[in-house]
Design a protein around this ligand. Structure first.
Ligand code: FE
Length: 183
């Protein structure tokens, strides 16, 4: 992506500022909204949640999200006892159909190295402090398998619609570096 971007910019095909806006949009707005809909559905529909944890690729495809870099999806569920985080220690494998383009930090060497050794410290850097009793599990993505974290549903959201719930689901909460927002 970066290499192509450099070539396109040098040749004058692309305004770097415009490209940044485009990338930002795909990283934070368009892409992760798909994943948020998957999460909100799982929060509202126990049967869908079961299917998601059982065969994430099929469950996600049933909502219309599928394609490259999402052929073999695995959903991992956060609970009161367990928090999941996702990394690609080798490069930047990421579930495009549900999260769009990976953020820059996801591809950075410090994140990839440190999240494995000190996930709790990385979480703290992202502003999240979990109780010591909560176990953290880190999943290493590969070219074969891409992970989606199913974050915990925030408290006091019983009255919200599925669409309203989806608005609480952040990109980072589906990578495991954040939590779903409180309403
Ligand atoms: Fe990778």
């Amino acid at each position: 992506m970066r290499a192509l971007e450099t070539v396109l910019t040098q040749k004058g095909y692309v305004d770097p500022a415009a490209l940044d806006v485009l990338i930002e949009t795909y990283q934070t707005k368009i892409g992760p909204r798909n994943g948020a809909r998957v999460v909100a559905r799982a929060w509202c529909d126990a049967e869908f949640r079961r299917r998601l944890l059982d065969d994430a690729t099929a469950a996600i495809a049933s909502l219309g999200f599928q394609g490259r870099q999402g052929e073999h999806m695995v959903a991992v569920e956060n609970t009161a006892e367990l928090h999941n985080m996702v990394v690609c220690t080798l490069c930047s494998c990421y579930p495009w159909p549900v999260l769009g383009l990976p953020p820059t930090w996801y591809k950075s060497a410090p994140y990839r190295a440190r999240v494995v050794k000190d996930p709790r410290g990385v979480l703290k850097d992202f502003g999240v402090t979990l109780p010591e009793a909560v176990r953290i599990r880190v999943w290493d993505s590969t070219a074969e398998v891409r992970y989606l974290v199913l974050p915990q549903r925030p408290a006091a959201t019983e009255h919200l619609t599925e669409t309203e719930l989806a608005d609480l689901v952040t990109r980072d909460s589906m990578i495991g570096t954040g939590l779903a927002r409180a309403p």
